[in-house]
Write a protein that binds this ligand. Structure first.
Ligand SMILES: [Zn+2]
Length: 207
């Protein structure tokens, strides 16, 4: 984008130079027209053959100069038009780049907003659950959460704690299931929960 901007600035400076060259060339054409008119009037007032010849020579030289200046002015005119077209396309390119850049920034901003609102929803859900717990359990939960880097409640699967992967005594599993009381893993102190399908396995294992 910076390169595109620099190119536009460079082209604009070149255009400015060409426009001033063109103005000078046009001015030269106008001056020569004035001089020619003047010379022609003088020819009409010529009194001798010699004056007439000299006048005609001057007119022919001036006419040549004038047509050269006209050619130059026309060339400069077309160069100005050419460079203006180039500038216009460079500007178009620049605004496309700018637009793409904005789209990118807008997308990023939208992603950040989405993440923020997701996080907010998670936090609300967590607070609702925490508020529903009784104070003693809540305290235990918060303590374990802090001590176990965010993982406070774990499942017992196949007789093992999912938090520390140590064996949980079957008696403890049965107790949780039968009384619904809150127990912690004897190894890592995380709060344990037991899924219904753990029942049969645990009951079988102590029988
Ligand atoms: Zn454990």
């Amino acid at each position: 984008m910076a390169a595109c901007r620099a190119r536009i600035d460079e082209l604009s400076a070149l255009r400015k130079q060409l426009v001033s060259d063109r103005a000078l060339a046009e001015r030269r054409v106008a001056d020569q027209e004035d001089m020619l008119r003047d010379k022609r009037q003088r020819i009409q007032r010529a009194r001798t053959e010699r004056e007439l010849r000299a006048g005609e020579d001057e007119v022919s030289i001036l006419s040549n100069d004038k047509s050269e200046a006209e050619t130059e002015a026309l060339e400069l005119m077309s160069k100005v038009e050419e460079i203006e077209a180039t500038i216009a396309s460079a500007k178009g390119e620049y605004s496309e780049l700018e637009e793409a850049d904005h789209r990118h920034v807008d997308q990023e901003a939208a992603n950040i907003e989405q993440l923020k609102s997701d996080l907010e929803a998670e936090r609300r859900a967590r607070n609702e659950v925490a508020a529903a717990l009784d104070p003693v359990m809540r305290k235990r939960y918060d303590r374990v959460l802090a001590a176990r880097s965010g993982l406070a409640v774990v499942e017992v699967k196949g007789g093992f704690c999912e938090g520390c992967h140590m064996h949980v005594p079957a008696q403890l599993v049965i107790e949780i299931l039968k009384t619904g009381s809150v127990k912690v893993c004897p190894h890592c102190q995380r709060i344990l929960y037991v899924a219904a399908d753990e029942v049969s396995e645990s009951e079988i294992s102590i029988e």
